[in-house]
Design a protein around this ligand. Structure first.
Ligand SMILES: [Zn+2]
Ligand SMILES: [Zn+2]
Length: 343
């Protein structure tokens, strides 16, 4: 059992435990009922369904319940549409074909409107909620490529906002945990194009050395590791990304050939250096696979990289400036060499 670094409780499970629940976790039982509601309209009456005897409730009923509380508390006008409650982030998240039936503690709500007192009531009264986050009209985490401004984050108001997304790999699904208020939202999309790009560049048999230079919570680097790459380096300048990359090693370790995982810094300590330029080693593994996690500016990473000719994924935040991207890619090639791709 792993202790959650945010709330200290048992809200984090291993990849194996998560995957065991997956086929049916959001499926209704024979007694479950679904009442679809118009998300662009306010509730016509102040009623909402309660959970079925199986413990699940249709997502629209959960939203209706939250809408009633938020209007009672004054966070929403009575004319506000159901969608104004906020954005649902399901735990564990994966590409779904139908709206889910939610079991307990399977939803993190992101809302620009919610206040702290109301968030407390929501978490107390809506069993499907794990946590309530006040969001803003910006992407949480690092937005300045030169790392000179203090990143903005969303506010965790109540409960816990640690949740996982699940990504399919040919070796088995990868489970990636994150603290949602601190990192950008990835809606798992069908097809998973970035993962496919990694599969293509890693190849079979796998390349000897892979770098995920702007790794976020570690999805692409861990995907490469799961495909059997013996040496993987992951790096991100943002403390929450670097921390969760290290943590996700532990979560997915049953896929990997590791004797041990050493994590050098705890979450609380890393908050004291939220953005790092000089690469700082956050974690490393021993065993047949060597995986290193750094917090730092990817442009400084060449100073600490193991020797060799890597395949590098440069998953940059801003992919719109084609010229800047070319320059960054050329620069990386000159300093580090190997094969560079932008997933
Ligand atoms: Zn937690
Ligand atoms: Zn049911």
């Amino acid at each position: 059992m792993m202790k959650c670094p945010v709330c200290g409780m048992d809200c984090v499970r291993s990849a194996k435990d998560i995957l065991a629940t997956l086929p049916t976790i959001f499926e209704p039982c024979d007694d479950c009922s679904a009442r679809f509601r118009d998300k662009r309209a306010p509730l016509s009456d102040l009623t909402y369904g309660v959970a079925c005897s199986c413990g699940k409730r249709f997502i629209d009923d959960v939203f209706a319940h939250m809408w009633v509380i938020m209007t009672e508390q004054g966070d929403l006008e009575k004319t506000a549409p159901l969608a104004a409650v906020g954005s649902p982030l399901i735990h564990p998240g994966f590409a779904m074909e139908r709206p889910p039936f939610l079991p307990d503690k399977s939803l993190v709500l992101l809302s620009p409107r919610v206040t702290k007192p109301c968030a407390d009531i929501l978490v107390r009264e809506v069993p499907e909620l794990r946590g309530v986050v006040r969001s803003g009209s910006f992407v949480p985490g690092i937005a300045d490529p030169d790392l000179n401004t203090v990143p903005r984050v969303y506010d965790l108001l109540a409960g816990c906002d640690v949740r996982a997304d699940v990504f399919p790999l040919r070796t088995g699904p990868l489970v990636m945990y994150k603290q949602q208020s601190l990192v950008h939202i990835e809606f798992p999309r069908g097809g998973y194009p970035k993962i496919q790009a990694v599969e293509q560049h890693v190849g079979k048999p796998p390349v000897p050395y892979f770098i995920d230079a702007c790794c976020g919570v570690g999805t692409l680097g861990l995907a490469a590791a799961c495909m059997g790459v013996p040496l993987v380096v992951m790096n991100d300048a943002w403390y929450a990304s670097a921390f969760w990359s290290a943590y996700n090693l532990e979560i997915n370790r049953e896929y990997l050939h590791l004797d041990k995982i050493r994590i050098f810094e705890q979450y609380d300590d890393m908050q004291k250096h939220p953005v790092a330029k000089d690469p700082l080693k956050i974690a490393e593994t021993g065993g047949d696979q060597v995986i290193e996690v750094y917090q730092g500016d990817y442009r400084q990473l060449y100073r600490v990289l193991p020797a060799g000719s890597p395949v590098t994924a440069l998953d940059l935040f801003d992919k719109n400036d084609r010229q800047a991207l070319d320059a960054i890619q050329k620069d990386w090639q000159a300093r580090v060499g190997g094969d560079v791709f932008i997933p």
